[in-house]
Write a protein that binds this ligand. Structure first.
Ligand SMILES: [Zn+2]
Length: 331
């Protein structure tokens, strides 16, 4: 009895939608339960007996059932496919290790892969590195560190080990059956996010570079001086591509043009920068933690003092990115 209900639950998790006719592109709805992102959109391109999977979801049972169940229904085997990992966040690459087979190629940007190895502790001292510096230097209280990291899904559901990748760079061409895809480097959301473009169909898989229902998180990274500046530059870059259809990494598909959405995201950051400027005028010399506590956030009914510490960690990271942007421009 128990087994049957479990099986039914697993079946309920499989949600497949064909989002493009020719070439055949399917969207797998990967649930991210309890996470504000709600779901990951995993895309599967199938052409001439070949397949490409774009991003995976968290490494947990629910995501695995949705991904593997969906792929099985589409006749795609993780042992014989191509997988493109757009960036190191666990909701995108958490299950990449399940594609580590001799006949499968996992593509990922080179610099992004290096950052992933850091977060996976594959490089000595990186456990320190992960929670080191930028947020702490921004005044994030040390006593909040543990609560901030403990319930952070980015850590809990990340890959359990490193997996081998074929590194890709901006402008590289991938082939899946007869379909040609171009790799586009769009640093900002992470230091080395790469996305895919199909010139023939004017399709852009935008991952977390451009989302439609939510604004991509921009935060600080060790070794990156101006992540927001980088991100805004990558927004301008993507507008130079001729795009008819956008397939984003989360939530619903586009209900407006890429140009409209890019404009809205730019305005969001401009408003945020103005807010930071205003706080700093009133509180000269405030650190990022103090500035962040005075900005407006949607904390789902909580206040700055009652919100989960992991949310404050993200908020402070985002504030640092905005303060870095102002500093880099002499403000
Ligand atoms: Zn992301």
């Amino acid at each position: 009895m128990t087994d049957i209900s479990k099986e039914n639950q697993t079946h309920d998790l499989i949600r497949i939608e064909q989002v493009y006719e020719s070439p055949s592109i399917y969207k797998l709805y990967i649930p991210l339960t309890g996470n504000a992102l709600k779901n990951l959109n995993c895309y599967v391109l199938i052409d001439d007996g070949e397949s490409l999977v774009i991003d995976t979801g968290f490494r947990n049972g629910e995501c695995k059932a949705a991904l593997m169940g969906g792929l099985a229904k589409l006749g795609v085997s993780p042992e014989h496919t191509k997988l493109f990992v757009t960036h190191l966040h666990s909701d995108h690459c958490g299950m990449a290790e399940y594609f580590d087979y001799p006949d499968t190629t996992i593509y990922m940007g080179g610099p992004e892969y290096e950052y992933l190895l850091y977060t996976l502790d594959c490089i000595p001292d990186s456990s320190m590195h992960r929670f080191s510096a930028p947020q702490l230097a921004g005044g994030f209280p040390e006593e909040f560190l543990r609560p901030a990291s403990e319930n952070n899904p980015a850590r809990i559901f990340m890959s359990s080990r490193a997996f081998p990748v074929t590194k890709v760079s901006d402008g590289d061409e991938l082939r899946v059956g007869s379909v040609k895809l171009e790799v586009v480097s769009v640093p900002g959301h992470t230091p080395g996010q790469m996305i895919l473009y199909i010139p023939e169909e004017k399709i852009l898989f935008s991952a977390d570079h451009v989302l439609f229902d939510i604004t991509p998180n921009i935060t600080c990274w060790s070794g990156v001086r101006d992540p927001l500046g980088q991100y805004l530059k990558s927004l301008d870059k993507i507008l130079t591509y001729d795009v008819k259809t956008v397939f984003p990494g989360h939530r619903s598909l586009s209900n407006k043009t890429l140009e409209q959405r890019v404009q809205e995201i730019k305005e969001h950051h401009e408003r945020r920068l103005n807010e930071v400027r205003a706080v700093l005028r009133e509180h000269p010399g405030a650190n990022a933690y103090e500035v962040a506590s005075r900005l407006t956030w949607s904390l789902h009914g909580a206040t700055w003092d009652t919100a989960p510490k992991s949310q404050l960690w993200f908020a402070v990271g985002e504030t640092i990115a905005h303060m870095d942007y102002l500093r880099e421009r002499g403000e």
